[in-house]
Design a protein around this ligand. Structure first.
Ligand code: 5AD
Ligand code: SF4
Length: 463
């Protein structure tokens, strides 16, 4: 299928009008953002969102293949659609997007025979046409579009943001790093950056729509621009996004080997950039880092952290860590624990190594018992929890700025995130309506501290 144009201008919109849809998302922020584009596109065709897959004529799964767990959950959920009650229009169409769609293409039918539409990571714009076709009476086959060639970003697609005050902005996709455990470069392809003017005009539009926080997205944002301009332009991009007047800027993910001093300075000198940095370390053992093809050692990482803290002393650092990479011994794991302690991460995502077919590490034999890996995982999780608590303790008694997201689920409290990405709960002041505070920046004096959240009282006026 040729590059699909904007659907709303085409007949497919009429075929989808009035159909109900539901989008379920697995995996990373890039998928969350792609799901927003899918919803926006379906909205523009007159489809109606519903809150469960059972009520939906069209069920879209945005998939992830980074770890096996998401794979398994997906198969279960897709298969359960077979026995789900008939949808309002009498025929349910199941569409699979995201990384598994890109990786498996038509092979998806071998494991999930009830799938009708497969659209790859560059083929979001093709979804409506393929779904319309699948709804038509003579359909019954599988429609597949996993073409990448010649397709850039689907930036001309509408997007339905889940939150009015927050937006994801993709700046690059793909990855050239080939970490030996990781499937991403095989699925999402090589690094492709989005033009700087394109990114900036989207940011300006978002700011004029009332967005307060922008998160710049990419598999490796620090190498932004290398493919387009011959050298990396991430530092310049940060400064220019800062000039749009947005209140908060975050970005993810950063590869330590590509985080330049210039970028560190741009972060420090751009007031909107949050005092928080996610910098995936993966392991604290130089030997394992080499086997992972990370292209830095333990000492390189630690000195990078020193550089960051020399410029931004109070910054909150977070990370990703893989436990149980093939060949990881007790000493390697101890090295990870000691690095985590030494850096004092504010938070960390921890993962058990998941073997991904087709990656170099999948071929490394390893006889470490599962119980040993479970034990290491628990020890690391305990340490991370202690460190999060210690980090949060630093906020006790202080004022933190919170972007208010809404009411917290359990209690009659408002919830939001601080600039350091801490979850903060606080009661709504009695003279204010909570709805009026959503999307506002407020100051909260922290009174209570836990590992996973802070609690306090609002002070001053919202802005
Ligand atoms: N097994 C476990 N964790 C993985 N990650 C990527 N690939 C794997 C894998 N095969 C983790 C890394 C990465 C994060 C997004 O997912 O820590 O930073
Ligand atoms: Fe995967 Fe490594 Fe690229 Fe991250 S940098 S997407 S872990 S290959």
């Amino acid at each position: 299928m040729a590059s699909a144009p904007l659907l709303a201008q085409h007949g497919e919109a009429a075929a989808l009008k009035g159909r109900t849809y539901f989008v379920r998302t697995f995996g990373c922020q890039m998928n969350l953002h792609d799901a927003e584009r899918v919803s926006g596109l379906l909205d523009s065709c007159g489809c109606l969102p519903v809150s469960t897959p059972e009520e939906a004529d069209l069920v879209v799964f945005m998939t992830c293949c980074v770890r096996e767990k998401a794979d398994t959950r997906l198969y279960g959920q897709v298969s359960s659609m077979v026995s789900a009650p008939e949808p309002p229009c009498g025929r349910r169409v199941v569409a699979i997007g995201g990384c598994i769609a890109q990786r498996d293409g038509e092979r998806i039918r071998e494991s999930m025979p009830n799938v009708d539409v497969v659209f790859g990571t560059s083929a979001i714009a093709s979804l409506p046409a393929m779904a319309a076709q699948a709804f038509s009476a003579d359909a019954g086959g599988l429609a597949v579009d996993t073409i990448e060639q010649g397709r850039g970003f689907a930036t001309d697609l509408p997007s339905r943001r889940e939150l009015s005050y927050h937006a994801w902005v993709p700046i690059m996709t793909g990855c050239n790093n080939f970490c030996t455990y990781c499937i991403v470069p095989y699925v999402r392809g090589r690094e492709r950056s989005r033009g700087m003017e394109d990114v900036l005009s989207e940011c300006e539009r978002l700011v004029s729509d009332g967005v307060r926080e922008i998160c710049l997205l990419g598999q490796n944002v620090n190498s932004y621009g290398r493919d387009l301009y011959g050298d990396t332009r991430f530092a310049e991009l940060l400064r220019r996004v800062g000039q749009t007047g947005v209140d908060r800027i975050r970005f993810t993910s950063s590869h330590p080997k590509d985080l330049s001093h210039e970028t560190i300075l741009a972060m420090a000198e751009t007031p909107a950039v949050c005092d928080q940095l996610h910098l995936a370390v993966q392991s604290g053992s130089t030997r394992i880092l080499k086997a992972m093809n990370r292209r830095y050692g333990r000492d390189d990482y630690l000195s990078l952290v020193d550089d960051v803290r020399a410029v931004m002393p109070g910054i909150a650092l977070s990370t990703d860590i893989i436990v149980g990479f093939p060949g990881e011994g007790e000493q390697d794991f101890e090295d990870t624990l000691s690095l985590v302690r030494e850096v004092g991460f504010a938070s960390a995502f921890t993962f058990k190594y998941s073997r991904r077919a087709g990656t170099p590490a999948a071929g490394i034999a390893d006889d470490t018992p599962e119980s040993v890996i479970d034990d290491r995982y628990e020890r690391l999780a305990d340490l991370v929890q202690d460190l999060s608590r210690a980090h949060n303790e630093l906020s006790r008694g202080r004022l933190v700025e919170v972007l208010v997201e809404g009411r917290s689920r359990k209690e009659d409290m408002l919830v939001g995130h601080s600039t350091q990405n801490q979850t903060v709960h606080f009661p709504c002041p009695t003279d204010m309506a909570w709805e009026d505070l959503v999307g506002k920046l407020v100051c909260v004096r922290v009174g209570e501290v836990r590992s996973w959240y802070l609690r306090g009282e609002m002070e001053g006026e919202p802005r």
